[in-house]
Design a protein around this ligand. Sequence first.
Ligand code: RIB
Ligand code: CA
Length: 316
Amino acid sequence: MTRLIIDCDTGTDDAVAIMAAVTHPDLDLLAVTTVNGNVPLSNTTENSLRVLDHLGSTVPVYAGSPRPMVRADFPVPRDVLNGDKPQFQIPYLDLPPSVTPVREQGAVAFLIDYYMDDANTDTVLVATGPLTNVALALAAEPRLAQRIPQLVLMGGARGWGNVTAVAEFNIWVDPEAAESVLSAGIRDVVMVPLDATHSAQVSLEDCDAFDAIGTPAATASASIIRHRIVNYPDAADAVRLTAPVHDAICVAFLTNPEVLEEFDSYPVRVETAGTHTVGETVIDMRPWSEEPRNARVALRANAQVFVKFLSDAFSS
Ligand code: RIB
Ligand code: CA
C-alpha cells in the first residue's frame, strides 16, 4: 500500500484523481488539502467534500490558501480568467451537496504537523493544483523538505501552455510558490507537465467502459470526463472524442510508474517576472548543464496504462 496526501483545487480532473486514490486497492489516501485554483477555495473545498461523500469515504479535508502567496489574484483577476468559459471548470461538481464538514485545522498547519510526525515520512505528497499550500508549509517549516519523501506534481509545460503560450495553469496561478517548492530541496520531485497529460487522453469509449463497471467512482468519473471532452477548450472546428485528465496521471504513477515515459531528471526553474512568460517552467535540457537537477520530468505518458489504472481503481 502506498500512502498519499492529495493537495488539490477540485476541479473536474482533481475529482477523478481523488476517486482513483480512494478506490485503488494499492493506495491509502490519508487526507485531502484544498487550495484556490480552478475555482475559489470555498468551491475547491466543497467539491472535494462532495467527491469523498459520494464514495462514502471518511478521508479528512483541510482547507488551505484562498489566494496565491504573493499576487493578490493570479496574474490576472479570476473574472478575467474564467470570463469566457465558466462552463469548463464548473463552480460546483454535479454531485449532492456535502454532508461532511471540513476539518477545523488549516491545510498548511496540517501538512506541517503531519510530516513532522516520524510515523508519516513514508507518505507521498501529490499536488494537483497551484503550489501555494506546499510553499507556505515549506516556508513555515523548512525541515519538511527533508521529510516529504516524494512530491508528485501536475504542472508545467515544455511545449505550449494552457493559459498563455508558455504557462500551465497550476504554475501560472502562483509562480512564486512553484519556484520556491522546486528550489526547496525536496529529495524526489516528479513533475507531470501538459506534454505528458496531453499525450495520454481518455476517450468517450473509455467513459462507456467506466459506466459498465457501474461503481459510484466509475459512473461519476465517466460523467465528469465526458463533461471535459465536450467542453474542452479547443479550436473552433475541433471535434473532440478525448480529453486529458491531467491530475489522475499523478496518482496512476504511484501504482504504475510505467505510465510516465520520456522521463528524466532536469534542472527546472519557474519564470516569475517575464512580461510574456510569467508562470513558464524553464526545463534545462542541455546535456552539459551543471544546474541542480531538481525534478524528474515526464514528457510523455501512456494512455493504455493510464486507462487500465483507472479501470482497476474503479472496479475495486
Ligand atoms: O493545467 C491543468 C491543471 O490546472 C489541472 O490540475 C487542472 O485541475 C488545473 O488545476
Ligand atoms: Ca487541479
